[in-house]
Design a protein around this ligand. Structure first.
Ligand SMILES: Cc1ncc(COP(=O)(O)O)c(C=O)c1O
Length: 348
């Protein structure tokens, strides 16, 4: 029976070889593979320092703690239409989350962002769902943390995302474009900041007067998987791009509209998101009954954690946007099944 998962990372023989190599070295915790991974990421992003850590959530929490050192009452702006990890990272850093509404492209609403930024210590600019947050090219009166967890390989004005902010964080979780199994990274040209984050990532080395330290190192096993995924990332992105063009033609026959990328950007096509006139809870169950594991792009808008805040555009997107499975290794039979499912479940 055909079953189309929302994500399907592929780990071939090269991955098994890479993990076996680490096991045979007898060094499975942090070692040379992690250092090589940091070097690989540094080359891709063109920055001077990278620290590999255990998750993207830890990466963001550590970056906030590092940038906010010596300050209390930190206010950190985050998009409300985003992954729940952002909210948990801000809270884990002891900071106050400030929610910012989205626009029709699921990026940040520009005027609101500029106004709120005046009151912030840090602003997290998430490049959303494989696309680009154009505000990354702007300037802000607070620190900017770029989040490229979903969008590594995308570009803004010809420059790689992750090369605009004061610091960049990313995820190496299995389903992400650079995913090994678990992991994350912090990248910056500020070596002192990364040293602070490294100190907080290793309680055995940290000064016992530190406000915070936890075990956030990445293991060499996870690093070896992520290195392999980074090597394959350009090819898998190209495969997804070909499928995305076919999806465009399919969706054009329905009343749904794909989320468009701004013209000065290129996407990595990590996710294929469409906006429907009908609420998604009428469409997703129908697709899932056909074993097409479409889902909402986010679990829930983050401002729902505070009942006194409204963000109308994020609420609309939550009710009306669907993420369709876009698998780099989709077979023609799977595509045909998806095509039939879309024709059947989306109003024309
Ligand atoms: C945009 C974004 N940032 C950060 C994270 C957190 O990454 P991790 O799952 O590695 O903790 C995620 C996870 O889904 C994400 O989508």
């Amino acid at each position: 029976m055909i079953h189309i998962p929302h994500s399907r990372p592929c780990f071939g023989a090269d991955y098994q070889h890479a993990v076996r190599h680490v096991l045979q070295s007898n060094i499975v915790a942090q070692g040379s593979e992690t250092q090589r991974l940091e070097h690989d990421i540094q080359q891709h992003l063109g920055c001077t320092s990278v620290l590999a850590v255990d998750s993207g959530t830890s990466a963001l929490m550590l970056a906030i703690r590092g940038l906010g050192q010596h300050k209390t009452g930190l206010r950190v702006g985050i998009p409300t239409y985003a992954c729940a990890s952002l909210l948990f990272a801000v809270k884990a850093a002891g900071a106050e989350p400030v929610f910012i509404d989205c626009n029709a492209q699921l990026g940040l609403e520009e005027k609101q962002t500029q106004a709120i930024a005046q009151t912030l210590d840090m602003l997290v600019l998430v490049h959303p769902f494989g696309g680009v947050e154009p505000l990354a090219a702007g300037s802000f009166p607070c620190f900017v943390i770029e989040d490229i967890a979903q969008s590594v390989g995308a570009t803004l004005d010809g420059k790689a995302v992750g090369s605009f902010g004061d610091v960049t964080i990313g995820s190496l979780y299995a389903t992400k474009p650079w995913g090994g199994a678990y992991g994350g990274f912090i990248a910056s040209n500020n070596a002192d900041l990364l040293q602070l984050c490294a100190d907080m990532s290793d309680p055995d080395q940290a000064d016992i007067n530190n406000v915070y330290a936890g075990h956030h190192q990445l293991s060499d096993i996870h690093a070896s998987l992520a290195r392999q995924r980074i090597q394959d990332a350009t090819q898998t992105m190209a495969q997804r791009q070909l499928w995305a063009e076919k999806y465009d033609a399919l969706i054009a026959q329905t009343s749904a509209t794909p989320i468009q990328n701004p013209s000065n950007t290129t996407s990595n096509d990590f996710r294929y998101i469409v906006r429907n006139q009908q609420p998604v809870d009428t469409i997703i169950p129908k697709l899932q009954a056909l074993n097409i594991m479409a889902t909402r792009p986010i679990q829930r808008p983050l401002h729902h954690s505070n009942s006194s805040i409204t963000c109308a555009q994020a609420d609309h997107a939550w009710q009306h946007c669907i993420s369709l499975p876009l698998l780099s290794d989709m077979s023609p039979i799977e595509f045909q099944h998806l095509q039939q499912g879309i024709q059947q479940c989306f109003p024309s």
